[in-house]
Design a binder for this molecule. Structure first.
Ligand code: C2E
Ligand code: CA
Ligand code: CA
Ligand code: CA
Length: 279
């Protein structure tokens, strides 16, 4: 019965088969994948730009499909957002990331923060605050170590709801980062209105550094804006020493990207935290 759905889908809507949001076979498989525990989290190191020490991780979801192998979140997150499964997956990701990070902190003997992505539909869900509270309570993680990453779009689509919810979240001590900063429709007014703790500079502005004069200017403006508003800054998608050095020199606080570490399995992430054994 499993594969009839799969072949039927190709027959019914072949022209839509390559559009992830209409990929019915993949969508049907998602429900079963949740039951089978095929979703997992990878952890990408976040580095202090000055000391180059790991100060935390971003949790990034992966789907290990038994036949297709690793399915990208770019493919399944939009689908889960459409069919509502993101609420289930997102709650699992929050609880799992907090519990894993509590363990990382104990193993490393120092605090490490964890960033978890929140989609628009999760943010609108009435139970979201309870889910955040549960994730903290069940894991025993210090709430100050949890960072929720939201996009500008989430804030702009319903500013009143966002303002109320963000104040409740920040009253728990949880941090709030604006992901992909500078790429969405936004108004700088929200930076004043909402209790935001950090800005993540999108990879789009990082990838042509340091040679692009325009990206140089954009990054400097974002970093200076953040400093004046007392927000911490994270650069994402940093792939080279030149980019790292540029950002460190311009006082970006934290660096994330393939240059300092790919998203990886929890046991690999843990190994990065332990001092190398003396041979
Ligand atoms: P994002 O939140 O902007 O995450 C950053 C993406 O950039 C990740 O892609 C990461 O693997 C990738 N990346 C990190 N460093 C580099 C680099 O140096 N170069 C390049 N080219 N890419 C880099 P990934 O893991 O494929 O995730 C894609 C998107 O899926 C995320 O973008 C996020 O929007 C969404 N996503 C992932 N996990 C979750 C989740 O648990 N919940 C929700 N709601 N969305 C998630
Ligand atoms: Ca993110
Ligand atoms: Ca991002
Ligand atoms: Ca992005």
């Amino acid at each position: 019965a499993k594969d009839t759905g799969k072949s039927r889908c190709v027959v019914y809507s072949p022209e839509k088969f390559n559009q992830p949001e209409h990929d019915l076979s993949l969508e049907a498989a998602m429900f079963e994948a949740i039951r089978n525990g095929e979703f997992l989290l990878h952890y990408q190191p976040v580095i202090n730009a000055q000391t180059r020490e790991i100060v935390g991780f971003e949790a990034l979801m992966r789907w290990m499909h038994p036949e297709l192998g690793l399915v990208s979140p770019m493919q399944f997150i939009p689908m889960a957002e459409n069919n509502g499964l993101i609420n289930l997956l997102g709650a699992w990701a929050l609880k799992s990331a907090c519990a894993q990070t509590k363990y990382f902190c104990e193993a490393a003997g120092r605090p490490l923060h964890i960033s978890v992505n929140v989609s628009p539909r999760q943010f609108r869900n009435e139970q979201f605050l309870d889910i955040v509270d549960d994730a903290i309570a069940l894991s025993g993680l210090d709430s100050k170590l949890l960072v929720l990453e939201i996009t500008e779009g989430i804030l702009m689509s319903d500013p009143e709801h966002a303002e109320g919810l963000l104040h409740k979240i920040s009253s728990r001590g949880v941090q709030i980062a604006i992901d992909d900063f500078g790429t969405g429709y936004s108004s700088l007014a929200y930076l004043k209105k909402f209790p935001i703790t950090s800005l993540k500079i999108d990879r789009a502005f990082i990838k042509d550094l340091p040679s692009s004069v325009k990206d140089d200017a954009i990054c400097n403006v974002i970093l200076s804006l953040a400093k004046h508003l007392n927000l911490s800054t994270v650069a994402e998608g940093v792939e080279s020493e030149e980019q790292f050095e540029f950002l460190a020199r311009h006082n970006c606080d934290l660096i994330q990207g393939y240059y300092s570490g790919r998203p990886q399995r929890p046991e690999e992430a843990l190994a990065l935290l332990k001092p190398a054994a003396v041979a």
